[in-house]
Design a protein around this ligand. Structure first.
Ligand SMILES: [Zn+2]
Ligand SMILES: [Zn+2]
Length: 284
């Protein structure tokens, strides 16, 4: 993907985020699209992803209202401060300034920090489950729209995100064949389309690992060692160029951070990426 194309677009002074922005639609598309969308809405009303009630005709073509009714939108558990500055876990109570939670103290994580859009509760928990395990691929648009919220995190919002690269957490080839898609790559592609940030499948999962459930932190890390490698591009078997890049590692849910930390280790140590930030739809 040609990165310079995005870099040449000046940021709007009113834009709350500094990602490159979607490519401008053609004049004809600008004229035809709203009329067409209104006609389709009338014939086939869009349904709320959460509760399936028909959405009112003329729903906005971007943002959470495209996907959710007002009640479901209000019921989302957005990740809001105070949260751990490393793992993004939300805490109740009064915290002044940034803090690192007990789980992260004394723990070596290879990514800079992780941030999720929502807590894995209620509607979001249900949608992620349906997306991943019931193969409801049509939910990827709604989930990518939620994921967009992570880019408002103050540490990301002040960065020129045009310089970043979206990379999905890979699935093992057999697992992907079985599921028929990689949920993280689907989210990456949708987020790339919404923001103009380039996306690349820079990692491969070379080994399927035993289930992580029931393992302690050290066992999880041992279990994951050597499970990921940089993807080699056909036909020259060259590795994807990551040197000096800032990477947004994308996944659906963040739980312990063991998998994403191991991915970040490979991206940084082997790919020589400058830094890795993990963004997920949900915080488990
Ligand atoms: Zn609803
Ligand atoms: Zn933490």
């Amino acid at each position: 993907m040609d990165k310079t194309r995005f870099l040449s677009i000046p940021a709007s002074p009113t834009a709350p985020m500094s990602y490159p922005g979607p490519s401008a639609p053609s004049r004809l598309r600008r004229l035809v699209q709203p009329t067409l969308a209104a006609a389709v809405d009338l014939l086939y009303p869009r349904l709320c992803c959460g509760c399936k009630v028909p959405l009112r005709p003329g729903v906005p073509s971007s943002g959470t209202q495209t996907w959710f009714c007002q009640a479901c939108e209000k019921s989302l558990f957005w990740v809001e401060a105070p949260y751990c500055r490393v793992c993004g876990e939300v805490y109740d109570g009064a915290f002044s300034g940034e803090f690192r939670c007990m789980n992260c103290s004394g723990r070596r994580l290879e990514f800079e920090f992780a941030i999720a859009s929502c807590e894995a509760q209620g509607t979001v928990r249900e949608l992620v489950h349906q997306f991943k395990y019931e193969r409801r691929l049509q939910l990827r648009g709604a989930l990518a729209t939620l994921l967009l919220r992570t880019l408002e995190e103050p540490r990301l919002a002040r960065e020129p995100l045009a310089d970043w690269l979206l990379v999905p957490v890979p699935l093992h080839r057999e697992r992907e064949k079985e599921r028929e898609f990689n949920q993280s790559w689907e989210l990456c592609q949708r987020l790339a389309r919404l923001t103009g940030i380039p996306a690349s499948r820079a990692l491969d999962r070379t080994r399927e690992t035993d289930t992580q459930a029931g393992l302690d932190r050290r066992e999880r890390l041992r279990n994951l060692r050597g499970a990921f490698a940089l993807r080699k591009t056909w036909p020259w078997q060259k590795k994807v160029a990551l040197q000096g890049r800032s990477i947004l590692l994308v996944d659906d849910v963040f739980t312990t951070g063991a998998t994403t930390s191991e991915c970040a280790r490979v991206l940084r140590r082997e790919g020589r990426a400058q830094k890795v930030v993990v963004i997920t739809v949900a915080r488990g």
